[in-house]
Design a protein around this ligand. Structure first.
Ligand code: BG6
Length: 500
């Protein structure tokens, strides 16, 4: 892997927050331990209140992912900490930015990266402060975490505030699902092979399912999550971004604007949902108590920090249609939820059944080809085909080919944040969301949010540890389909064993 050459200062707003400690700081250490950072760089950690023990916090957070007792990593850790500078800083106070400027300008030639791991309501104030201190020169980049806004109007407003001071080529809107290894592999599989592209359309594909299921509940994030819910937290960004990657036309080049031009066309071609469509095509649920990973867990309403009568959804499933030549008539079924039966993220492309079978196929539809992109856990791509069962006669059974066998032997697949942080440092925007994409996603989502706001309909409860509310099963059953719930390699091999 290439080292990222130019010196930089990474100024992290919200250094002690959940995202920084769980994802960003360990990712930064991974890049450092892999010798992927230049010699000159600094992490400028900002936190609101005096935080004397930041290095301890950092040690704890990095230690979750890396064995810091390991001799080699121990010495890496010691040198890593020499790059860390701390500043207690109230980002809402415009006069403070002078002090920040003095600090970051100690390294005159470095690129300045301002990473906003804070609620998006603060983005405008931070950008004003940075601009007032003239920290928005072309040497500066700004990284924005999702969700940006809570609906179309607020997203537009925040964008305007940011764009007043930073040019689009300085703005990195992060969606960490785009940094996952299998997503990039999906792009390569689609656009570096001819065999798939010819099949990649309504003529051969029956439906596409995208599932992001989590076993975790709301954990310590209730204060944030209860105002946000699954649609804004995962749907507006991760699910729609994965949809774009699967459905986009081949870009002319693999460069930031060519790729994003194609993604935005998909978002603009999504069929708009009216009130009645929302009722028919969107399901929202909320987990009640149950068993998760063998442990009894509380329902959402009993979680600490959740309003007792909260109507926030912890699950959403949707049937989405794309009105263009390639995808006319192909439903995309999207779902995500907390406290589901297991943690997985998969994109499953279901091909049509054979038009006429000369073999005795017992379950013709379940024997149709299927291409599975598994983003996590056990990343990889698998193709489900039919083969002859060994022995006398001709009976047909399904089998699976792994299209990514090297994943199984690889020790370390870079974490999404590692990849994306590296891209920010090396100034590559390909895997970041452009302004028009963000707005197009909110434009599509807004009618759903409005309908939920205005209707009296509450989220449907589902038992923690299940696959979500019954209405989600019905959503597909109405179309004569089932969610793909058998596609983990383990379950498939069990199914096949049963057949022998
Ligand atoms: C985040 C959401 O964007 O993604 C969280 O805010 C969610 O609610 C997380 O848990 C899931 O990410 P991953 O990479 O662990 O699947």
């Amino acid at each position: 892997m290439m080292p990222l050459n130019e010196p930089f200062d990474l100024v992290l707003f919200g250094s002690t927050g959940d995202l920084s400690t769980r994802k960003l700081l360990p990712a930064l250490f991974s890049l450092y331990a892999d010798a992927r950072l230049p010699n000159e760089w600094r992490l400028v950690a900002l936190f609101r209140r005096e935080h004397k023990d930041f290095i301890e916090t950092l040690h704890k957070s990095v230690g979750v992912k890396h064995d810091l007792n390991d001799k080699k990593l121990k010495s890496k850790w010691a040198s890593f900490t020499k790059h860390v500078v701390c500043l207690s800083f109230d980002a809402t106070e415009p006069d403070n930015y002078g002090e920040l400027k003095e600090l970051v300008e100690q390294q005159a030639d470095s690129n300045k990266i301002f990473y906003l791991a804070t609620p998006s309501a603060l983005y405008g104030k931070i950008c004003n402060g940075l601009a007032k201190a003239r920290l928005n020169s072309l040497k500066s980049r700004i990284v924005l975490e999702k969700p940006i806004g809570s609906d179309l109007a607020s997203a537009k407003k925040i964008n305007q505030l940011v764009c007043r001071h930073f040019k689009e080529q300085q703005i990195f809107r992060i969606d960490h699902y785009l940094g996952k290894e299998t997503v990039q592999n999906l792009l390569v599989l689609r656009f570096a092979n001819t065999i798939f592209e010819s099949q990649w359309n309504q003529k051969y594909i029956d439906n596409i399912q995208i599932t992001i299921s989590e076993t975790l509940g709301v954990e310590e994030r209730a204060q944030f999550y209860d105002h946000v819910g699954a649609l804004r937290d995962m749907g507006q960004n991760h699910l729609l971004q994965l949809l774009c990657i699967v459905a986009m036309e081949p870009p002319a080049r693999f460069n930031p604007d060519a790729v994003r031009d194609e993604k935005v066309k998909v978002l603009r071609a999504l069929r708009v949902l009216g009130d009645q469509d929302v009722q028919k095509k969107v399901v929202r649920g909320q987990y009640s108590s149950g068993i998760s990973n063998g442990v009894a867990v509380a329902g959402y309403l009993d979680e600490e920090g959740v309003a007792p009568s909260s109507e926030t959804e912890t699950f959403v499933a949707m049937k989405v249609e794309i009105d263009n030549w390639r995808w006319a008539g192909v439903p995309f079924y999207l779902r995500t939820g907390k406290r589901l039966v297991h943690r997985a993220c998969e994109i499953v492309v279901h091909f049509k059944e054979v038009p006429h079978s000369i073999f005795d196929l017992q379950h013709k539809n379940t024997m149709a080809n299927k291409l599975v992109f598994r983003l996590q856990p056990d990343e990889g791509i698998r193709l489900k085909l039919c083969e002859k069962k060994r022995g006398p006669g001709v009976s047909v059974r399904s089998t699976e080919l792994s299209l990514s066998p090297d994943y199984l032997n690889r020790k370390h697949i870079p974490d999404a944040y590692e990849r994306l942080l590296g891209d920010v440092i090396s100034n590559n925007q390909t895997l970041f969301v452009r302004q028009d994409e963000l707005i197009a996603a909110w434009e599509w989502l807004d009618p759903i949010l409005k309908h939920w706001d205005e209707s009296e309909q509450e989220p449907e409860p589902y038992i923690a540890g299940s696959w979500g509310p019954a209405a989600a099963t019905l959503l597909l059953a109405k179309d004569g389909r089932l969610w793909d719930e058998t596609s983990s390699p383990l379950q498939e091999s069990m199914l096949n064993e049963g057949e022998e």
